[in-house]
Design a protein around this ligand. Structure first.
Ligand code: EPZ
Length: 417
């Protein structure tokens, strides 16, 4: 297993180019199951989770190849309808093949995703929605076994605006008989990106980005050439890296339109942002001020940015409180940050962060994707050397992170453990 060695205390400068969004690429790749024509995607990042989705689609009979920065998928010969536990257990987002398989074949066997570090993360809302659309679903030996002669357009109401649940139902509705209404739908930009691509393929989807999405079933979808949106969470991660090292950097490919809540909190905590265009901004700062953060669904403050801001707040001039409302166990980075001399107490879904004068390098362990990013951010500012083990978590969602940070002047290297 690899680890990062970071020597803290170095300022960052220059510019970084943000990669395509992991959480937009994954549903968009699964959507290639909905056509037998080529789906050509641009900006798909090279990540472990993307490779897992490629393996899963190939397992289902699709052909996937990277051709000079493009990902070309063709699912004409898709025929196996089983998403195996061995793959699904490594990436919960594998559940995103459930909707497309039901749409195209009327049959799917998808392993129940196990829990994960940040929470139980059930998929009951996905299942309930597909049953409402007429699927006959049973759980057999840990697999969701689902069949339907033809899915029918229905009124779907989500108790919780689930992101991949919304994406699955959107993909399950594209060929359904009649109209599907998704009420209390997730409004994340990645949901809109998927809808935009499906419409470009010939689907009839309206209202993506609002809490009510309306999908009229169509007969078939064409192939498409589509550029995936850039990654707002990676962009936010670099914003935190700039502030905690008292630096100014330029971020290119930042999806400014999707960053309001993160920008708001970044300025409140002491950062400055100079927006140069719709996809470029100079970010940085010096002093860090205490603030309170409550994560919520889009357009609120994203749970995927909570850990990164916790690292920044560990050096604030005062006490901050973070309330995590989306996942039940997403403070595992707090104990690791305390090993770096932070002073954080996490009780239930609230964390109290008492600012300290300095962080001090130590050996720490990554526990999940965004927690590993928070440890990197803290390591950049910590006095001395910080060693982060189990960075396979980080490789799931950040493309070439150490190269990008080194190009900005950070002293970070990857070594084999
Ligand atoms: C997506 O996960 C993202 N993953 C997550 O990003 C992100 O943290 C999350 O949305 C919230 O924004 C992808 O898009 C691939 P949810 P998802 O369904 O869809 C509960 C990252 O770091 N729930 O919106 O799985 C669930 O337990 C990852 O990139 C049910 O109870 O999240 C959670 O408490 C981490 N039943 C809440 O809803 C269900 O059937 C939100 O989950 C589905 C969800």
């Amino acid at each position: 297993m690899d680890k990062f060695i970071i020597e803290g205390g170095f300022k960052l400068s220059g510019y970084v180019e943000i990669s395509g969004s992991k959480n937009s690429s994954l549903p968009i790749m699964a959507a290639s199951l909905l056509t037998d024509k080529d789906v050509v995607l641009h900006n798909v990042p090279e990540l472990r989770d993307i490779n897992t989705m490629i393996k899963l689609l190939e397992n289902l009979g699709c052909r996937v190849e990277r051709k000079n920065k493009k990902l070309v998928l063709n699912c004409k010969n898709a025929g196996s309808l089983r998403a195996p536990y061995e793959l699904v257990k490594t990436m919960r987002a594998s559940i995103l093949v459930f909707g497309p398989l039901m749409s195209r074949f009327g049959y799917a066997e998808v392993s129940m995703p196990g829990g994960c570090a940040i929470g139980v993360r059930p998929v009951n809302l996905h299942i309930k929605a597909l049953e409402k659309m007429g699927a006959d679903i049973s759980i057999e030996h840990g697999y969701i076994v689902s069949k339907a002669r033809k899915l029918k357009g229905s009124q779907i109401y989500f108790d919780i605006p689930t992101v991949t649940g919304t994406e699955n139902v959107m993909m399950a509705s594209v060929f359904a008989d009649g109209t599907t209404f998704i009420k209390n739908a997730a409004k994340e930009p990645e949901v809109v990106d998927l809808a935009n691509m499906l419409n470009k393929m010939g689907a009839d989807i309206k209202g993506a980005g609002t809490s009510t999405i309306v999908i009229n079933g169509v007969d078939r979808l064409d192939g498409v050439d589509y550029a995936v949106m850039f990654d707002r969470i990676e962009a936010g991660t670099f914003m935190c890296a700039s502030l905690i090292t008292e630096s100014n950097i330029k971020i290119k490919n930042i999806p400014v339109y999707a960053m309001d809540a993160v920008f708001e909190k970044f300025k409140a905590v002491g950062g400055f942002i100079d927006i140069e265009s719709e996809d470029a901004a100079v970010v940085g700062g010096k002093d860090i001020f205490p603030i309170n953060i409550k994560t919520s669904v889009y357009p609120g403050f994203p749970t995927d940015m909570q850990a990164q801001f916790m690292s920044v707040l560990s050096l604030a001039k005062g006490t901050s409180i973070i309330e995590e409302t989306i996942f039940e166990n997403r403070f595992q980075h707090a104990a690791e940050l305390n090993r770096l001399n932070a002073n954080i107490s996490a009780i239930g879904n609230k964390a109290v962060i008492r600012g300290v004068d300095k962080l001090v390098g130590a050996k720490v362990m990554a526990t999940d994707l965004r927690a590993s990013a928070s440890l990197v951010i803290a390591g950049l500012a910590a006095e001395g050397v910080t060693e982060i083990s189990r960075i396979y978590h980080l490789d799931r969602g950040y493309e070439h992170l150490e190269e990008k940070l080194s190009n900005l002047g950070a002293k970070i290297r990857r070594v084999k453990e």
